[in-house]
Ligand binder design. Structure first.
Ligand SMILES: [Zn+2]
Length: 229
């Protein structure tokens, strides 16, 4: 997946159209690319990409329900088509749904028309199957171009990246995920995790340790939209 590599490559190539990143800012509503929320508030957001999945997502939802906390799920349109009942559960239990494209294409390699199609068809399937209209978008691999920002902006999306990459997608161990988050967490953190990957993750086990720990540290878990209000 090489998310980090693609992310920094994209930043390097397109730095000219991304003054917020060039300046090192983490919150710039003008271009809509968001890496974190308000640093003055002890709120953080868990985000889960690449679902829904009928069993793996459900286990994460069970855990979040146990602690009565809400997260944001950046769903893939074709998975929504296959498992709409999981997304309906996410919505019913107060979680936020984000758009993560229809087929998880590397959008930065795509023509603008493909970018539009990937975002629109995900929105359409979400509306059709759940009635939800997503307002946050995360490009696959966190890689983006001016075209992607333009399309997402015109469709009224905030483009959400992350503050902390847990590398659960790269099969980071439970201990590695826990220590990465505890080392880097700060007010306004957006934490990147996955509710589904083909090769499996230690995300659920890490969450069982992290959630009570972060609550003890005084953090409040909110959705991304609540975090960036
Ligand atoms: Zn993804």
């Amino acid at each position: 997946m090489k998310k980090s590599l693609a992310f920094f490559l994209a930043l390097f190539i397109f730095a000219g159209c991304l003054p917020s990143h060039a300046a090192g800012l983490v919150w710039n509503p003008e271009d809509g690319v968001i890496l974190s929320g308000n640093p003055d508030s002890k709120k953080i957001a868990l985000t889960f990409d690449d679902g829904p999945h009928p069993s793996k997502t459900d286990k994460i939802l069970d855990l979040l329900a146990e602690y009565q906390i809400h997260a944001t799920f950046f769903v893939i349109g074709q998975n929504v088509a296959a498992y709409p009942e999981v997304v309906r559960r996410e919505i019913k239990e107060g979680h936020e749904i984000g758009n993560h494209t229809y087929s998880h294409k590397s959008l930065y390699r795509c023509q603008k028309e493909t970018v539009e199609k990937e975002i629109i068809s995900t929105e359409e399937i979400l509306i059709d199957k759940t009635g939800c209209v997503p307002r946050v978008f995360r490009p696959p691999e966190g890689a983006y171009t001016c075209d992607i920002l333009d399309v997402a902006g015109r469709m009224n999306y905030d483009v959400i990246l992350w503050t902390i990459d847990t590398r659960d997608w790269a099969k980071a161990s439970t201990d590695q995920i826990v220590s990465t988050v505890l080392k880097k967490v700060k007010n306004g953190s957006i934490i990147l995790m996955h509710d589904f990957t083909v090769s499996g993750t230690h995300t659920l086990d890490a969450l069982k340790i992290l959630i009570p720990k972060l609550l003890d540290m005084g953090y409040e878990f909110v959705t991304v939209s609540e975090l960036i209000q």
